[in-house]
Design a protein around this ligand. Structure first.
Ligand SMILES: [Zn+2]
Length: 149
């Protein structure tokens, strides 16, 4: 049995570790295997200044790690469907890794890209996307400085 709320809470905790930025969201991500083992964790700007959380977490595992094929990605923010900083958005990285399930707390607001297509891309690839809105406020609070008028 998976503890979606617990792992997503951990992702939100990781988002608080991000080096501050005025131009990018702070996000945390946890990759959990089918047996409930944490395979990897990451957060925005962890490994380099342009890293996204899902990207940082995926970078710590071999691309052909067979556990990815049954894993779940927990991300405090919906994976990006397009991005300014790199050619491959996180939704495509998750699809390429063969991960079948994504759990998110917060839908990307129209701040840096209009109408985030991350969820649509994932679902079109057959990936199950689960939203736990009870954690959206916690994920958003980490980014409150970006959202203030
Ligand atoms: Zn991303």
């Amino acid at each position: 049995m998976t503890d979606d709320l617990g792992f997503l809470t951990r992702a939100v905790e990781l988002s608080r570790l991000c080096p501050p930025s005025e131009t990018a969201f702070s996000v945390g991500a946890v990759i959990v295997g089918a047996d409930g083992e944490v395979l990897s964790e990451g957060y925005s700007r962890e490994l380099d200044p342009q890293n996204h959380a899902e990207e940082a977490a995926l970078a710590k595992l071999p691309a052909d790690d067979p556990r990815l094929r049954t894993a779940t990605v927990y991300s405090s923010l919906e994976p990006c469907g397009e991005r300014a900083s790199r050619p491959v958005p996180c939704a495509r990285l998750i699809i390429a890794a063969g991960i079948p399930r994504v759990v998110v707390a917060w839908r990307e607001p129209d701040l840096f890209v209009a109408a985030c297509q991350g969820t649509a891309l994932l679902e079109a690839a057959g990936i199950e996307v689960v939203e736990l809105p009870e954690l959206a406020e916690a994920a958003r609070a980490v980014n409150a400085h970006l959202l203030a008028p």
